[in-house]
Design a protein around this ligand. Structure first.
Ligand SMILES: *Cc1c(COP(=O)(O)O)cnc(C)c1O
Length: 448
């Protein structure tokens, strides 16, 4: 593991990263964006080391993936051991233990005591697509209901399910049919106020499903229990339970997309657990395999079994090296109590962020759960989004060796997704840097 200390060896990006950018630009398609233009040489714990020797504090975890760090020995040793035995057979061709062991772990860890089954895939979008395939087969219906501000991926179907146009959808249509959007209960931006959001958003869903679509045509309602790319939007208490109850009454499959929120990130094993909500199907990916590509759909056995043999799968789905990594990552999540760790991170960071929020501040709201926290930037005294303020803060953090990410439909949210194993000294230092950046950029804003 690299030395767990922030080190600014050069300007960021440094000369060796800048040199590589030239070749990157020449060789790579422009459509591949990069948040922080540095090439990484080593990473682990809460630190990324770039080719110039800068030690950068990681508040991104490769977008909520490396919750156990990017080189935890429990993961890397299992990868090495599995890779030496065999790298691939294709589970559709011949079987191996890792696939079954990961499925058993997910059946055990996901919410609910009912009989569950799991299918493994490679990417999050693939898991969401397969959840829809399963729900459609199980119900004999086709319509899919999703929320405003949703993010479910970049493949054809999941792009249709994703809400934000640029950059995810612009120019990529036509989109998959029979995907329908209902309002997201976004408390901070709900027109009649946050206390009305749950009830009114649910009423809108009910109205659209029953009068426009017909409940008997709806296969699935898919929600992120905390919306990720859309801006770390925490639904108001009770909303998810209402939707679940409604789905249940109408024979609709209730799918929780926990690809970003799942596996300890929010201070519970799953974000649904905070509200006691038990989804019919749950999708996981990001943190599942400690950085290796692996995704899953887990859910009620009778729904999961609806698709006939051969209907689910993929060449690489549940790759044995990725499964070995997942068994290591899941072991660390449980044995190092990363659920508790995520809560400690929230307890440590959230009050400091909240202190930066207020009527005269560029920070309009602090929200999230566990180690999934965000700041929404606005023009002081209004709720008008201020994406350029968020961007300026992020850039200052990057220059100071702290990796932060932007998100949100309006691009005005900074999200914090530290590895759950990050040292508290590093975490505190990263928050110092972030708060200094907010103060500096905020001061410029108020002058302007
Ligand atoms: C990241 C994400 C996806 C897509 O996962 P990929 O592995 O990038 O395909 C889907 N849903 C949610 C909630 C996500 O955060």
């Amino acid at each position: 593991m690299p030395e767990q200390r922030r080190i600014l060896a050069t300007a960021i990006p440094g000369p060796l990263s800048l040199e590589r950018q030239v070749q990157r630009k020449a060789e790579l398609a422009n459509g591949l964006g990069t948040t922080m233009p540095v090439f990484i040489e080593r990473a682990g714990g809460g630190i990324l080391v770039d080719v110039d020797g800068n030690h950068i504090i990681d508040l991104a975890s490769g977008i909520a993936v490396t919750s156990v760090g990017a080189s935890h020995p429990a993961v890397t040793q299992r990868i090495a051991e599995q890779a030496a035995r065999f790298t691939h057979t294709c589970f559709l061709v011949t079987e191996y233990d890792g696939f079954v062991d990961v499925a058993a772990a997910l059946n055990r860890l996901t919410p609910g005591e009912h009989a569950k089954k799991t299918a493994l895939f490679s990417t999050g979008a693939e898991a969401v697509e397969n959840a829809i395939k399963i729900a459609r087969t199980a119900t004999g219906r086709t319509a899919v209901v999703v929320l405003g501000h949703a993010y479910h991926g970049r493949t054809s179907l999941t792009m249709a399910m994703t809400s934000k146009n640029a950059p995810y959808k612009q120019g990529f249509g036509p989109f998959a049919p029979d995907v329908h959007r209902v309002p997201s209960p976004y408390p901070y931006r709900w027109p009649s106020g946050p206390e009305k959001a749950a009830e009114e958003a649910f009423a809108a869903l009910e109205e659209i499903v029953t009068t426009q679509l017909g409940a008997t045509n709806v296969a699935a309602i898919v929600v992120e229990p905390i919306q990720g790319e859309g801006g770390f939007i925490v639904p108001p208490p009770g909303y998810l339970a209402k939707v679940q109850q409604f789905a249940h009454e109408h024979g609709i499959v209730f799918v929780a997309d926990e690809i970003q929120t799942g596996l300890a990130r929010t201070g519970a094993m799953f974000a649904c657990d905070h509200e006691g909500v038990v989804p019919d199907l749950i999708t996981t990916a990001k943190a599942l395999a400690g950085g290796m590509p692996l995704a899953a759909v887990t859910g009620r056995a009778e729904i999961m079994d609806a698709v006939a043999a051969g209907g689910l799968g993929g060449t690489y789905a549940g790759n044995p090296v990725a499964c070995a990594a997942a068994l290591g990552a899941l072991e660390v999540i449980e044995s190092e109590d990363l659920v508790g760790r995520a809560r400690e991170i929230e307890a440590r960071v959230r009050p400091r962020l909240e202190a930066a929020c207020g009527p005269d501040s560029v920070v309009g709201e602090v929200r999230g759960r566990g180690a999934m926290l965000a700041l929404e930037f606005v023009r002081p005294g209004t709720t008008e989004p201020a994406p350029e303020v968020a961007k300026a803060v992020v850039e200052r953090c990057h220059q100071e060796g702290v990796l932060t990410l932007q998100c949100g439909t309006y691009g005005n949210v900074i999200r914090l997704l530290p590895p759950l194993v990050i040292g508290f000294d590093l975490l505190d230092e990263a928050v110092d840097v972030l708060l200094d950046a907010i103060a500096a950029v905020g001061a410029l804003e108020t002058q302007a």
